[in-house]
Design a protein around this ligand. Structure first.
Ligand code: PMT
Length: 408
């Protein structure tokens, strides 16, 4: 996993309680560490029955703490130090017992005493048997904690350790990490801003089994959506024909072809501050959609499909912006195989963009489907900024930096 700028150098305290899901939290500790965070793990006594401190120390590179550390004579008030320096406290799995202690201010172990001392956001990831979760006492404790601003994620529906199916499973570490990004980014420079991002390629059907498509994987657009969430934005992600997992916190709208993508983008932009159009939208669609699979015969050697233009989405957004002023900022991409700057400039002006991200898609390490990209920014004022080859996540960071400047 790449370092995540939002998480890099953040102090994250990870409290682990006694539940079978504790073993999965070692993966979360590893993911947070790989993302660049300094992760201090605190285990309750019952957590150590499921997984030991050595496991967490191995994945975080720091000693994992237990309640014994509260009583060490060579450390001064460790809980206050941990609580005060933390940027985020995550409690996973959070048991019914620990939820009850947190709700009532009980502080009888290093984790609960640190939670009382903490000044940072607290994320709670419950995991327990379904009956314990739905119990009125647990639900009352959850309500108290929600009212006090604790951030809950889960529990999920599924098979629990008891063999029962119900609500009580801990959500997966990747989802916890996604939610942590939402919580850490909540006060970022795009807090309160609505950003629409399009990603992936469109499929234009010819008959019930065939389509005209392109090689877009959605990686660049999804990275942009994640970078916007990391900065606190409310993100609508309009996705054409790809199956990547949704960045936590994004509102995802799946579409198949250019026409519904156009309708979804224009509608979302009515309320939006900015649109970033990274999707590879087909320029042409079949003039007539065959009702049944087109059959070949022994004599068929040539086959013609009559094509017409798809709607130009950025053109429709430009017209909407001229009439209602929304979105304030529009950023487009240009995928080119020759005369990159000239073609991108022409699109920038024709589509009334504030910025175009020109993409030389003829290179094997940039453009469609790969994890890296090499782009050139061209602003409405004509400024040209070529960027080096970098990961799509890094390109996304740079696009968002430009967007923040454009929004002022
Ligand atoms: O998804 P990945 O595999 O990560 O690849 C990323 C990418 C190469 C798809 C992406 O970086 C990129 O370059 N996206 C734009 C691709 C494209 O369609 O470019 P274009 O030059 O054909 O279109 C110019 C702009 O007009 C684009 O912002 C496009 O979204 C938009 N457009 C295109 C056609 C259309 N009918 N309506 C549009 O609004």
């Amino acid at each position: 996993m790449d370092s995540i700028p939002l998480v890099h150098n953040k102090n994250i305290v990870l409290g682990v309680c006694g539940g079978i899901a504790a073993y999965k939290v070692a993966d979360l500790a590893s993911k947070l560490t790989q993302a660049g965070a300094q992760v201090d793990v605190i285990l309750t006594e019952s957590a150590t029955k499921f997984v030991g401190p050595v496991t967490f120390a191995a994945v975080t590179g720091r000693s994992a703490l237990t309640t014994d550390d509260l009583w060490r004579h060579d450390q001064h008030v460790p809980h206050v130090q941990l609580g005060e320096k933390a940027d985020l406290l995550i409690i996973a799995p959070a048991t019914a017992n620990t939820l009850a202690k947190l709700a009532h201010g009980q502080a009888d172990n290093l984790l609960t005493v640190t939670a009382l001392a903490a000044r940072c956001p607290i994320m709670v990831v419950p995991a327990m048997d379904g009956g314990m979760w739905s119990n009125a006492a647990t639900q009352a404790n959850v309500s108290i904690l929600r009212e006090r601003g604790f951030h809950f994620v889960g529990p999920a529906l599924g098979r629990m350790a008891s063999g029962l199916i119900g609500e009580g499973r801990m959500v997966e570490p990747s989802e916890i990490l996604g939610f942590a990004r939402v919580v850490l980014g909540a006060k970022g420079p795009l807090a309160g801003r609505k950003i629409v991002v399009s990603a992936g390629g469109t499929h234009e059907a010819i008959d019930p089994v065939r389509f005209i498509g392109n090689r877009s994987s959605g990686k660049q657009g999804f990275a942009i959506a994640q970078a916007a969430i990391d900065r606190g934005a409310e993100v609508t992600l309009i996705v054409g024909a790809v199956t990547l997992p949704t960045p936590y916190g994004a509102q995802r709208i799946d579409v198949e072809s250019a026409q519904p993508m156009c309708e979804a983008v224009v509608a979302a932009c009515r309320e939006a501050d900015a649109l970033i159009m990274a999707a590879a939208v087909a320029d042409f669609q079949a003039a007539h959609l065959a009702d049944h699979k087109i059959k070949k015969t022994r004599d068929t050697v040539e086959f013609e499909v009559h094509l017409t233009r798809t709607p130009d989405i950025l053109q429709a957004v430009k017209e909407q912006k001229e009439s209602i002023g929304k979105p304030q900022i529009t950023i487009g991409f240009a995928a080119e195989t020759q005369n990159l700057i000239d073609h991108a400039l022409a699109k920038l002006h024709a589509k009334g963009l504030d910025l175009i991200v020109a993409n030389d898609v003829s290179a094997t390490d940039a453009g469609f489907a790969v994890d890296t990209n090499r782009v050139t920014f061209i602003g409405a004022g004509g400024g040209v900024e070529p960027l080096a080859l970098m990961s799509k996540a890094q390109v996304a960071e740079r696009v968002l930096d430009r967007l923040i400047k454009l929004l002022g």
